[in-house]
Ligand binder design. Structure first.
Ligand SMILES: [Zn+2]
Length: 436
């Protein structure tokens, strides 16, 4: 089994949906490499994105937040913009921060998981900006303040979580995080405590890339040469912002770190027992050498489905060999019984939380991401995916107990760690009991 694995390929749902939409007409399918071995699987995510109401409802919890921070100020697009709009674009490009102007003020804000936080505000009275002679003067002041805030926020995250933001060295394509990205990362780090740690006291290293670098992935978690986990986050594509989904990305990747921290190891089947609880089995086809994961059906316990080459899920036996409608072995995948992703989600022994479930590893990370986000998403996970909810809830608490000792902390409904007490435990219990 190769160790130089492509172990965790972590596309965000939004990225998957976007790519799927792009490719829908031509039926060009996405490649997802996601297993413990060098298995390649391909999936038509358009089918997933279309039809499962529950999955869509879950995905809808995470709306687009910031539209664009990578706008080129070319002559053609700047010609129709006012000087204020061009300045707003420059601010967005440099800091990921939105600048808006009303009759009474200029405000500079970041949006974290749909909630706006105002960072700076300058009053306008009688057509003049308080303290300043012109917009240019005010902007120069704001720019300097935003630079200070960036430095301060990064320092704050480094001190609080002991995380490290990797800087470019030589040809290394990493870059410093922008201010808005730091707010997004902060959200994920706070909500994933203690999964930000790689040892008892050392936080995880985070690489943000300058530009497109990860070959189709949005982010991934992987161990470095010293066997220490690190997180890699793709740079924004032209015209798109990385900020819009960074909270989700970091929570997802820290979900992988959580699995690692509690001892799950996908490179050793026996140390990844949780996959069976998640309703998956590993398979090894002696005829073809193919290895991978198959998701089990609750309708027919003898049936399982593996992700096929055309994006559909293929019914197979325990060795991953394709089966037809009658359960007979067939030689080609197209002769087998095949289901769309949403059909598989509907019959899965343990329903995945989102439309992104190429492997049990990703089901785990997605479940952890949604569980830790906020009350609304946690409630949705409990209502739609009760089995997965129980597993991630238990594993999350196990990690907290390993880190801080049993009986000390629990995760509250907002995804934050709080002291374990009768009151905090009851709040969670009441919330859970109200749900199906
Ligand atoms: Zn992942």
């Amino acid at each position: 089994m190769p160790t130089a694995q492509i172990y965790l390929n972590c596309l965000s749902n939004k990225a998957v949906a976007k790519l799927a939409m792009k490719n829908e007409n031509t039926k060009v399918f996405l490649g997802i490499l996601a297993l413990l071995i060098t298995l390649s699987v391909f999936s038509d995510y358009s089918a997933q994105a279309r039809s499962s109401k529950k999955l869509l409802a879950m995905n809808a919890l995470f709306p687009e937040q910031i539209n664009s921070d990578d706008i080129s100020l070319t002559a053609s697009n700047s010609i129709s913009l006012s000087p204020s709009e061009i300045n707003a674009q420059r601010i967005r490009q440099a800091f990921g921060v939105s600048m808006s102007k009303t009759l009474s003020s200029y405000t500079f804000a970041v949006t974290v998981l749909g909630k706006e936080q105002i960072l700076l505000s300058y009053d306008i009275a009688g057509g003049a900006i308080s303290q300043f002679n012109s917009e240019a003067e005010m902007l120069s002041h704001a720019w300097a303040r935003l630079e200070q805030l960036t430095e301060k926020k990064e320092l704050e995250l480094r001190n609080r979580f002991d995380v490290e933001f990797i800087r470019a060295k030589g040809n290394d394509p990493t870059r410093a995080p922008k201010l808005a990205e730091l707010y997004s990362l902060e959200y994920g780090l706070i909500h994933a405590i203690p999964s930000h740690l790689v040892t008892d006291h050392k936080g995880i290293r985070i690489h943000l890339f300058q530009a497109k670098h990860l070959n189709g992935q949005r982010a991934h978690w992987e161990k470095n040469v010293d066997r220490k986990p690190e997180i890699f986050i793709e740079g924004p594509e032209k015209g798109q912002s990385i900020v819009k989904s960074l909270e989700r990305l970091i929570l997802h990747e820290l979900g992988h770190n959580s699995a690692y921290r509690v001892g799950w190891n996908p490179h050793h089947t026996e140390r990844w027992k949780v996959t069976r609880e998640l309703g998956w089995i590993p398979f090894n086809n002696p005829l073809t050498g193919e290895q991978g994961w198959a998701i089990r059906s609750k309708i027919d316990p003898e049936s399982q489905y593996k992700l096929g080459v055309n994006g559909l899920w293929v019914r197979c036996n325990k060795q991953g060999q394709p089966l037809n409608e009658n359960g007979e072995r067939v030689t080609k995948q197209y002769l087998a019984k095949r289901l769309t992703a949403s059909e598989v989600a509907d019959i899965a022994m343990v329903r995945p939380a989102t439309s992104y479930f190429p492997s049990p590893l990703e089901v785990y990370a997605e479940g952890m991401m949604i569980f830790r986000c906020d009350k609304e998403s946690r409630g949705m996970l409990k209502a739609n995916c009760p089995d997965l909810y129980e597993i991630v809830r238990r594993e999350d608490q196990r990690e907290i107990d390993i880190c801080y000792g049993p009986g000390n902390y629990i995760r509250d409904l907002d995804g934050l760690l709080v002291k374990q007490s009768e009151q905090s435990t009851q709040l969670v219990a009441k919330f859970e009991n109200r749900l199906p």
